[in-house]
Ligand binder design. Sequence first.
Ligand code: SF4
Ligand code: SF4
Length: 444
Amino acid sequence: MELKDIKEGEGKSFEGGAHVPHYKSFTDNIPISRMAPPAEVIIPLQQHVGASCDCLVEVGDKVEVGQKIGDSDAYISAPIHASVAGTVTAIEARPHSDGGEMDSVVIETDQEHSEFVPQETRDPDEMSVDELKEAIKEAGLAGMGGAAFPTYVNINTDQPVDTLILNGAECEPFLTCDHRLMVEKADELIAGAEILMRCIGAKKTYLGIETNKMDAIEVLATKLEDRDDFEIVPLAVKYPQGYKSYLIKTITGRDVPRGARSAALGCIVRNVGTTFAAYEAVVYGKPFIERIVTVSGPVVPEPGNYIVRLGTPAEHVLREVGVDPDELEGHKVIFGGPMTGLAQSDLRVPVVKNITGVLVLPPDMVREDVSYTDCVRCGLCVERCPNWLYPNQLSILAEHGIYEKLEDWDIWDCIECGICAYVCPADRPIVHFIKRAKPIVDEM
Ligand code: SF4
Ligand code: SF4
């Protein structure tokens, strides 16, 4: 089917999943804008999968915006940079959005000198593949779509890779940061994809975009109309369309065995935000110090897609969009999307590399876990689980502490997408049960 014949909502898809409400109209037409830096940033020394960074600064040090303040010798890691200029006032454990605390560098912001100004502009075509990879490594890039896997490790593969897939599905409700990026930064996104293609040796890039973003598809299709090495793949609007295995299967037809690395199948999947950040890292030498965050919800006076400095506390984000953090009784503040994001009880927690959204959900949109009942054996969760699991069985075993049986029911294959809980008529907090059981099973 020709791109011009695709209608909103249509497109290629995987089996399973669910159609969830979009709630994207709060922000999908709002251009990206910049949020003022907070008076103080809190920068955790681990914002990625892999080893935590060693701190490179001391209390009292003056730092420049973009200065490296944490690094590690471990292969799977990513350096951390100051997102503002200022003075280091503390290096200590601070609340983190994953729950608990994490060692963090606290910087009092020098508002006058916190704008990042590139020292040079580089032409990627005049850089070797090793130089491109090094720029991405030094910038501290990590997957911005949620997983936060270090980008350098991802692209430094010795597997033969023929295909780059750009993930522009953005299938979670409310989130529109990737959507706006594709509309407003299409040239830079394409240039970023060309950089990644050279790094991994891919000959073809597919852009997977859900068809509730027709303006993004149109902008990119116009820019790519003469290119054989790029192809836009319109995706049906379904959750979790952006999950890596489903994208690969939907776009290339290649099955991804459980636990397999995508590179072993000849594919690398990168989020569009990460691809844009790779462009900025290579061309401007810009470290990963800020990202686009969707700030949304029906009670947010000024929702939008904001460029937010890493380390910005949630309470600053909320105040900047007109929300009083002290007036949120009964509301939930969520980092990420409502399906996989994490509810935050401490609003001092900072935005980090993989935080796609800050949502404020009012009481009528919040499902309280206390109201669930026993499983009524309707089978809906089994029917919709995209990984062909038995969520009902997993939840019953976990709820009753029968942890030794959970591996028999493939608990490790649960991607915590939340569909089972979403469709459950008994309102069972299935993902909560599964998440709570995993560390216990891991210890057994
Ligand atoms: S069991 Fe896991 S993978 Fe399956 S629907 Fe539930 S959360 Fe998603
Ligand atoms: S959807 Fe809920 S009630 Fe239905 S089988 Fe699954 S756990 Fe049981």
